[in-house]
Design a protein around this ligand. Structure first.
Ligand code: ITT
Length: 193
């Protein structure tokens, strides 16, 4: 099966292609000549994931899926959540987002957080949602160089390294995205039985 992944984030594409290697062909937006900056203006992860997938389906006609991910910090009432990409303001990068989060959390003892991914799939005219969650802690400093986004400051439960320290091979077995993609894959494999 061939599916378009409606993302402009190359890291997400790499992760999902690795996780699904062998059973589903995941095609980038570049492969369908879509260079658009796809809008995401909803106020939930579910809403944004659906908005991105519908955009590609409506404009290009392909079956596709999209991923919207947020980092939810307990002591900040689940912020930045759906606003994780623009936490430090529009046009700011991950460095600025992490810096802001570490500053907001200065002196806080409760560092519990979770990554939540929602994948929206549009297939044969129907819409489906798949969720993945990983619980962990926000570290006091950035640690590690691999991964992307908030990976250097997120340490998953039962691990002593951040996502950026452990590297993608381990991240891809335990992450929020891995869990959501496994659910997507399981669903797709039921269709081919
Ligand atoms: P698309 O919408 O094009 O898919 P994006 O990078 O805008 O890509 P999101 O809106 O889902 O993706 O991401 C929200 C923020 O969370 C953004 O700052 C990402 O860098 C960050 N993020 C997403 N997944 C992550 C992960 O696995 N590890 C660390 N940070 C992540």
């Amino acid at each position: 099966m061939k599916l378009v992944f409606a993302t402009n984030n190359q890291h997400k594409l790499d992760e999902v292609q690795k996780i699904t290697a062998g059973h589903t062909e995941i095609v980038s937006l570049a492969a369908i000549d879509c260079l658009d900056d796809i809008p995401e203006t909803a106020d939930t992860l579910e809403g944004n994931a659906l908005q991105k997938a519908r955009y590609v389906k409506d404009k290009f006609g392909y079956d596709c899926f999209a991923d919207d991910t947020g980092l939810e910090v307990e002591a900040l009432n689940n912020a930045p959540g759906v606003y994780s990409a623009r936490y430090a303001g529009p046009g700011h990068d991950s460095e600025a987002n992490m810096k802001k989060l570490l500053r907001e959390m200065e002196g806080m003892e409760n560092r519990k957080a979770r990554f939540r991914t929602v994948i929206a799939l549009i297939l044969d005219g129907k819409e489906y949602l798949f969720e993945g969650i990983v619980n962990g802690q926000i570290t006091k400093d950035k640690r590690g160089r691999s991964g992307f986004g908030y990976d250097p400051i997120f340490m998953p439960d039962n691990h002593t390294e951040t996502f950026a320290e452990m590297g993608n091979d381990i991240k891809n077995t335990i992450s929020h995205r891995a869990e959501a993609v496994k659910k997507l894959s399981a669903f797709l494999s039921t269709l081919s039985e």
